[in-house]
Design a protein around this ligand. Structure first.
Ligand code: SF4
Length: 337
């Protein structure tokens, strides 16, 4: 099978028989979608991807090893040599260099991923692993420095701003929240700025992420604000390129409790004129209870949303920080946001 690209959500079309194709497209290692493409002719079907995320994302699945002509089943492979430029070989016979064969197999695919807003990869694989992939040495032991799977590395080089994560790491609620938030942000930027290019739309997009950016990284968020405000001398293309690079860099760092607390307190300021001091104090208490690790973020956030709905301006209610992605996309959301 030369090319194994399919839309996984066709295979696993939702339990509730939805017929529409979700607008957001995500790349997915084919074995995670349940295709029997692994070395042992098995799969690693991900319930998280197929039961939860498939309701919101269309998956474009791909197996670089099958695409490169390796059989299923096939002997196991591993990376050897320099962790920065490793060589792919069979595990039991390292005399044959398989690197070029694998790279040839994914070259075409790499040119067809411009419309993706994220990628979920299988961990530990010498082809798909995004991090902590073992690179073996002549001694038979792995190098102390980890490498990346060859396909994952090429993907990262070609699409450095695309949100990518290993499926295993998505079971951590903070990493899950960060990945899904970035996917929606990447998609929103494409739809709202790149497909309707204007300075006004860029400013509107930036304004809607103001408190989200503050929660992620205040210093770079200020730099980004200056870029939008004083963009003279830059073409729109240069401006959006620079903007997206810094925006995605800021978003890639998960927000911590301290920064969330700061963003929540700033947002509370918008209720100063309209809500009694007693009510505001109860929100402050909820924010600090969250800050102390005793409640999830969703507690002060729900309180704020309740008051914003009644008394908030359109500016505060458009903040993506309040709802960065659909409510039902987070199976473990109550522990996180
Ligand atoms: S990890 Fe990647 S190369 Fe290995 S079976 Fe899954 S999709 Fe194919």
């Amino acid at each position: 099978m030369k090319n194994h690209t399919v839309i996984a959500s066709d295979k696993n079309r939702n339990d509730n028989n939805e017929s529409h194709q979700p607008d957001i497209k995500i790349g997915l290692s084919a074995c995670l979608a349940g295709f029997e493409v692994r070395y042992n002719a098995g799969h690693k079907q991900s319930q998280l991807c197929l039961k939860t995320l498939s309701k919101h994302f269309s998956f474009k699945t791909f197996c670089p090893e099958v695409s490169a002509g390796f059989s299923t089943p096939r002997p196991t492979m591993r990376l050897i040599g320099n962790p920065d430029e490793p060589t792919l070989t069979y595990t039991k016979d390292s005399s044959e260099d398989l690197t070029d064969q694998l790279k040839q197999g994914f070259q075409d695919e790499l040119t067809q991923l411009d419309d993706l807003d994220g990628y979920i990869l299988m961990s530990k694989s010498p082809s798909c692993g995004l991090e902590r992939v073992k690179v073996y040495q002549e001694s038979g032991m792995p190098h102390q420095k980890f490498g990346m799977g060859l396909y994952a590395k090429a993907l990262k080089e070609k699409y450095p701003l695309m949100p990518m994560e290993e499926e295993g790491r998505l079971h951590d609620d903070v990493l899950y929240d960060n990945f899904v938030t970035r996917v929606y942000a990447h998609h929103n930027f494409r739809k709202e700025v790149l497909e309707q290019p204007s300075i006004a739309n860029l400013m509107q997009f930036h304004a809607s992420y103001k408190y989200m950016l503050m929660a992620h990284q205040q210093k770079d968020a200020k730099t980004l604000g200056k870029l939008v405000a004083s963009h003279k001398g830059l073409s729109f293309e240069e401006l959006t390129t620079q903007y997206l690079a810094l925006f995605m860099k800021i978003m890639s760092k998960p927000a911590n409790r301290g920064n969330h607390t700061n963003a929540l307190l700033h947002m509370l300021g918008y209720l100063k004129q309209s809500v009694s001091s007693d009510a505001r104090q109860s929100i402050v208490d909820a924010i600090y209870t969250y800050n102390n690790g005793m409640t999830p973020l969703v507690t002060p956030l729900t309180l704020l949303k309740h008051y914003f709905k009644q008394y908030g301006s359109s500016y505060i209610n458009m903040q993506r920080y309040l709802q960065p992605y659909p409510e039902n996309i987070h199976p473990i959301r109550k522990y996180c946001r």
